[in-house]
Design a protein around this ligand. Structure first.
Ligand code: PTJ
Length: 233
């Protein structure tokens, strides 16, 4: 079903060919973690919810793959936080931006008229909106390019990344790395937002306790142990 959604997105001009390749890479890591949310991902999802709820101007960044796969969950999450949504494409064309904005129907989406630039990122790839990503304190990115995550971190933003590869530059640069499939991750982040909303003490405690580097190490250990357990001697 996930593949079919992406293929349809590709045929409709929402997903780029590179998005299909990226998905294949993600699937390989998903097999390695057993195609389920592993405990360390759940920890990161709770931290992601805490950071989003604490933020003053949180923004959810949307690309072709995430529009095709998890549009409804993005809308749900944006309402519960509440957070702005901005279409921000790596392979940017006005036509794709327009199509993705249209997919979201009446929901207010930024990105159509960029008026700012992420410093250090090549012109088209760095375009963004002043009231959205440019001024955001917390940005949620999913299936994102490493350079852009580094550029956002250099702007002192807290970056939450959903990326199935714990080895990607995105995963290693983000402040909160969620090693999970975006199709499961958003649902879990929504669940934690519902739980943490109005509980300031638990939000603070979750952020204080979260150790991203330790969490990524645990993800690698989990994969390694799983492979060892799968070996039939
Ligand atoms: O729509 P655009 O123009 O913004 O382009 C989007 C892509 C995805 C093509 C672009 O951002 C890109 O090239 O991304 P990368 O650098 O290929 O990184 C994608 C990362 O997402 C890889 O580390 C994959 O393992 C991971 N990934 C792929 N599918 C999923 C995933 N992570 C979570 N859930 C998935 N379903």
């Amino acid at each position: 079903m996930i593949r079919e959604k992406l293929v349809k997105g590709f045929k409709d001009g929402i997903v780029v060919p590179e998005g299909l390749i990226a998905h294949g890479r993600g699937e390989a890591f998903d097999y390695l973690i057993g195609e389920k949310t592993i405990p360390i991902a759940e920890k990161a999802e709770k931290a992601a919810a805490a950071y989003l709820l604490k933020a003053k101007n949180p923004v959810i960044s949307v690309n072709g793959n995430t529009a095709a796969l998890v549009k409804d969950d993005i809308i749900k999450l944006s309402r519960i936080v509440p957070a702005k949504i901005e279409v921000n494409l790596f392979h940017r064309t006005d036509e794709r931006i327009k199509k993705i904005v249209e997919m979201f129907g009446r929901v207010n989406i930024l990105g159509k008229k960029p008026d700012s630039k992420i410093p250090g990122i090549e012109h088209f790839r760095g375009l963004c909106c002043k009231e959205g990503i440019f001024s955001a304190d917390v940005v949620l990115v999913m299936l994102e390019d490493g350079d852009r995550v580094k550029a956002l971190a250099d702007m002192n933003k807290t970056v939450i990344a959903v990326d199935l590869s714990p080895l990607s530059r995105t995963a290693l640069t983000a402040n909160v790395t969620v090693v999970d499939n975006v199709t499961r991750a958003l649902k879990n982040i929504i669940k934690f937002c519902e739980k943490l909303k109005n509980n300031k003490a638990e939000i603070e405690e979750t952020i204080k306790k979260f150790d991203n580097k330790g969490n990524i190490d645990e993800a690698l250990k989990y994969i390694s142990k799983r492979l060892e357990d799968l070996v039939v001697v």
